[in-house]
Design a protein around this ligand. Structure first.
Ligand code: ACO
Ligand code: SER
Length: 170
């Protein structure tokens, strides 16, 4: 049962975030077993219909996400199922995290995001890249290259702020 509620505390006073992530965890749990997928097919369709089509939040049930995800607002959030997200991260509205189409027509791997990563609103993170632990990504950033741990990245293309430039690193 604690598996289903692992994001509850990090979304306190935010019932929408709690509900979406409870539904995501339940869909992920069902996804682990073929028998469960057959038995609960209607739930999986309901998850997709409500969360994806109605609320506009695409978090596929196969996505690997660590505990304690915070989800603010969430609408227009699209995460590719190949993305890996660590523990205690934050996602906001109008954000896309996914792959890049390569010159040969194939698709790259998706980003791997570490622990305690805070991703602002309107962010795009694409490609075979790694975002280190304790990174802050500013609102509106477009990230196509890896970001080292303990840094703040802003802008399009994203650049890393000097430590002295940012209160987030104080
Ligand atoms: C409905 C809602 O409320 S949804 C919530 C939306 N909020 C978010 O998404 C929060 C995201 N947070 C940010 O983008 C913040 O600006 C942070 C965390 C990146 C940086 O915050 P701070 O540490 O306070 O940095 P500060 O404001 O002092 O700016 C430092 C420098 O970075 C620049 N900068 C800060 N944020 C950004 C950004 N998102 N994009 C581009 N440049 C930025 C500033 O212009 C400044 O540059 P300068 O030194 O050349 O003047
Ligand atoms: N408090 C939220 C905005 O509503 C955040 O930090 O994103």
């Amino acid at each position: 049962m604690s598996y289903l509620f692992q994001d509850w505390q990090s979304n306190r006073k935010n019932f929408k975030g709690q509900l979406v992530l409870f539904m995501f965890r339940l869909a992920s749990l069902i996804n682990r077993s073929m028998i469960a997928k057959v038995i609960f097919i209607l739930y999986l369709l309901f998850y997709r219909y409500l969360v994806e089509w109605i609320w506009g939040i695409e978090i596929p049930r196969k996505t690997k996400i660590g505990k304690g995800l915070s989800l603010f607002h969430g609408q227009a959030l699209v995460i590719n199922q190949g993305v890996v997200i660590g523990d205690n991260c934050t996602l906001r509205n109008s954000t896309t995290i996914g792959h890049k189409k390569l010159a040969d027509g194939t698709f790259s791997r998706c980003p791997r995001i570490g622990n305690n990563v805070d991703i602002g609103a309107n962010v795009v993170i694409i490609g075979d890249i790694e975002i280190g632990d304790n990174v802050v990504i500013g609102a509106g950033a477009v990230v196509t290259k890896s970001i080292p741990a303990n840094s703040v990245a802003v802008g399009n293309p994203a650049r890393i702020l000097d430590k002295k430039e940012t209160a987030a690193n104080a």
